[in-house]
Design a protein around this ligand. Sequence first.
Ligand code: URA
Length: 233
Amino acid sequence: MRIDKFLSECKIATRSETGKAVRRGEVLLDGVPVKRADTPVDPEKNTVTYCGEVVRYRRNTYVLLNKPDGYVSATEDKKDKTVLDLLPEEVTKFDVFPCGRLDKNTLGLMLITDNGPLAHTLLSPKRHVEKVYRFECARKPSEADLCMLQNGVDIGGYVTKPCTVKMIDDTSGEITLSEGKYHQIKLMFNAVDNRIHYLERIRFAFLTLDGLQRGEWRYLNNDEIKKLEGLVK
Ligand code: URA
């Protein structure tokens, strides 16, 4: 790929801006100024520097965030802070949005991306992408409650699909869903006369929080991106 195409795909500079920066000696390939804007680059192997900044190659942006309490899953909100407020400009300049929603008081794993078709496909109920949540509820669910939760309960005109609930102790456990209706887990527990006190998403497909502290974020690595994009092929 040409270095000017590389920089425009990364939304760093237009081709004409790259041409000018090349003439100023501000585009480096592995630390050496390039002489031409059509210099070939291997994004996997070469390091490109533009005006003093190393450029990460990406066609799309994928970020994993550990969402804290009190942030809404939206790109903007008149009243509340949004999950995008936790990300720096180097991420938000790419028109990213949360892939799916967590309630304002739900914590944990959020995928944030600018890849609309991928997000749409991952969230499609037909894809059965698993989401695992840790929960705490108000009272110990009976065996009958667990059976109902797992087989499907009516959450206001919609019967939930089969899911898995594993109790850790009397009032906490993990629930694995392959769909994502609005307030689904809270409504499911309400349907068996219980109440969710704490909810945290700990896995989305194969992605886990793995050492990411509350409020922290990181880019997905190339292997994770390939795997994610592979899921929607
Ligand atoms: N289910 C809920 O009730 N809330 C969430 O945030 C996610 C799943």
